[in-house]
Ligand binder design. Structure first.
Ligand code: ADP
Length: 287
């Protein structure tokens, strides 16, 4: 039995630095190139594992070097990758990112094998199922419904935001949008009316608001000096899933997750910035 199973995306991010982003038809000379593991599914699985959970990842990669790299990232953090399928003839998901000197970026995401995660995937048994929206929606709905029927706590981070079908919301206990996504999914009240017990809105440096039928509770952000906010939301969701699986109540799990999100902003990148349990506990202080 795992604490957290993540069914979601795995990407290799290809990041080119250049003086400026080229216009259509133009070629510019780049100044740097890096490859980073990414995809919200992979990021959140790593975040949950570093927060102390036993984690399994379910998804798909290609029969290529990027797929090997991403499997190695999972196993390095002790994540069970036996549910990550290898799909022949389709490239591993990638994001091609150009960043200019002003830190402005332009991004092309190729879902590749992430588009091949089937609604019939086998779900390892776990306390919490953690989902995002970078794999086909019918697959998200299928795993959410099956897990909810088995009594698993289903946590959905609706990113990137789309209109959420009623049968998906009916299967979710916790929905975790950021302040932009919450508008795109129709607002807190509409989501609570669909039977979701708790909506947790992450608000960057403004902290977090927790909404349920009993009203609203606020968790302030932990004060930090941010250098790169990439990955804060994924750190938050992974840490939240880990603590809910450990049996924390929502308020305690949110405080822990907010500390994880704050720490993630203090280091560059997504996966490298995801904090470990001991660092998160140090921010929380003695309880
Ligand atoms: P996303 O990356 O999905 O937009 P947020 O930016 O809302 O997510 O970040 C998730 C959580 O991480 C926030 O709710 C907050 O608790 C924490 N966080 C993010 N940015 C900061 C910051 N500048 N200072 C302190 N905490 C932060």
């Amino acid at each position: 039995m795992f604490d957290v199973v993540v069914v979601g995306s795995l990407n290799l991010d290809l990041v080119v630095s250049a003086e400026r982003i080229p216009s259509p038809g133009e070629t510019v000379t780049g100044t740097g190139y890096h490859e980073y593991p990414g995809g919200k599914g992979l990021n959140q699985a790593v975040a949950a594992a570093r927060a102390g959970a036993r984690v399994a990842m379910v998804g798909a990669v290609g029969d290529d070097g990027a797929g090997e790299t991403l499997r190695a990232v999972l196993t390095d953090d002790g994540i069970d990758a036996s549910g990550v399928a290898t799909v022949g003839g389709v490239p591993t998901g990638r994001a091609s990112i150009t960043v200019d000197v002003e830190a402005e970026n332009s991004i092309v995401v190729v879902p590749g094998t992430n588009g091949h995660v089937s609604p019939a995937v086998v779900l390892p048994s776990a306390r919490v199922l953690l989902l995002q929206l970078e794999i086909p929606l019918p697959s998200v709905v299928s795993v959410a419904r099956r897990a909810a029927d088995d009594g698993v706590l289903v946590v959905l981070n609706p990113a990137p935001a789309v209109d959420l079908p009623d049968d998906l919301l009916a299967a979710c206990s916790v929905v975790v949008p950021n302040e932009h996504e919450v508008e795109l999914i129709g607002g807190v009240d509409a989501v609570v009316e669909q039977g979701v017990r708790t909506v947790i809105v992450t608000r960057g440096a403004e902290g977090v608001s927790i909404h349920s039928s009993e009203g609203r509770l606020d968790q302030p952000a932990f004060p930090v000096d941010p250098v790169d906010t990439t990955g804060a939301g994924d750190a938050f969701c992974g840490a939240l899933g880990a603590r809910l699986a450990a049996g924390d109540d929502v308020a305690a799990a949110v405080a822990f997750a907010a500390a994880a999100g704050a720490l993630a902003t203090t280091r560059h990148g997504a996966v490298p910035s995801l904090p470990r349990r001991s660092d998160i506990d140090a921010v929380l202080g003695p309880s």
